[in-house]
Ligand binder design. Structure first.
Ligand SMILES: NC(=O)c1ccc[n+]([C@@H]2O[C@H](COP(=O)([O-])OP(=O)(O)OC[C@H]3O[C@@H](n4cnc5c(N)ncnc54)[C@H](OP(=O)(O)O)[C@@H]3O)[C@@H](O)[C@H]2O)c1
Length: 289
């Protein structure tokens, strides 16, 4: 079996690393070659000079790139070079419409398509503990899931192609409001002058506990944001969410508000900061008043 991983970014780099350890034959491709070379210094796998050469003869191809446009441009080239009967798994977070467009391209080539966005952040990718939400035919997922187990702790079939992406939109709505609540909690604790380590110890064992609290509290207290899930990606996701909300009539007032906040963070130079940087706006407003 030949497996391929495309896109060695914050998420793809460790995901492909897990795949290289669990699968016999892995080929990787990254647009910026120096990143692929760095990856090959750490893990076993073949480096491909082009996308088309990477996927030639592959049974399973995984991709984790940027936005809709990236997913479509990478997916189209890859799928058109893949053999009939193979499967393309897109881990990029995109719109459901983008996944459906890829499915049309894939069907014409007799390639199976699974939209499979992930949640769990950089830590989930590094620890091989991602949650994967999948859209597509169950028979295709049955072939891909045992391989994805290398970096997933949970793989759920949501429905047809596009439904993995809609599930990820649900995930992002749930995170957006929570991050603002956590930001206000950190901001309040610092303003009140109480011991923030002890506060975390106490409240992370209670009803307020969350992944964001466990993984981001300390860095939010220290004002460190140069890592993780970039604000620009969250804005891309919230744009997908808000357009889908408009289409379906779903009312999302807090999500809209948080998107406006992220716009301000980006305007402050934070497009590449982790999404926990919402807290910077509170500190900025406090300093102004
Ligand atoms: N970071 C997170 O915590 C997280 C969590 C869940 C989901 N996601 C989603 O996962 C995806 C990737 O996120 P990330 O944080 O890993 O992003 P990232 O660090 O910016 O990496 C993006 C990767 O995609 C490649 N790429 C982007 N556009 C491309 C194109 N048009 N052609 C070829 N390669 C392209 C980049 O190649 P280069 O090296 O050449 O730029 C890079 O390898 C996004 O959809 C994001 O929303 C991220």
């Amino acid at each position: 079996m030949k497996y391929v991983f495309i896109g060695l970014g914050i998420m793809g780099y460790p995901m492909a690393g897990h795949l290289s350890k669990s699968s016999g034959r892995l080929t990787v491709y990254n647009r910026t070659i120096s990143t692929a070379q760095r990856w090959a210094g750490e893990f076993d796998g073949e480096l491909a000079p082009s996308l088309a050469e990477a996927v030639a003869g592959a049974q399973l191809v995984f991709a984790c790139v940027g936005n809709d446009q990236d997913s479509l441009s990478v997916g189209e080239v890859a799928i058109n070079a893949m053999p009939p009967g193979s499967i393309y798994v897109d881990h990029t977070t995109t719109s459901a419409a983008c996944a459906e467009q890829l499915e049309t391209i894939a069907k014409a080539r007799d390639v199976g398509l699974i939209d499979a966005p992930v949640s769990g952040g950089e830590a989930g990718a590094v620890n091989g503990a991602l949650s994967v939400m999948c859209g597509g035919e169950l028979s295709h997922l049955d072939r891909a899931a045992p391989v994805m187990d290398a970096y997933a702790k949970r793989i759920v079939h949501i429905g047809p192609v596009g439904h993995g992406q809609l599930c990820k939109a649900v995930n992002q709505i749930a995170i957006a409001g929570l991050l603002q609540g956590l930001s206000e909690a950190v901001h309040f604790a610092k303003s009140a002058g109480i011991d923030t380590d002890k506060t975390l110890e106490a409240i992370s064992g209670g009803a307020a506990q969350s992944w964001q609290m466990e993984n981001r509290w300390l860095t939010m207290v220290d004002g460190e944001f140069d890592f993780g899930f970039a604000v620009k990606w969250m804005r891309k996701d919230l744009d997908i969410v808000l357009k889908e909300g408009d289409r379906t009539g779903a009312h999302l007032p807090v999500t809209q508000l948080i998107d406006d906040f992220y716009k301000q963070v980006a305007q402050n130079g934070g497009a590449g900061w982790d999404t926990s940087s919402l807290v910077t706006l509170l500190e900025q407003d406090k300093n102004k008043s």
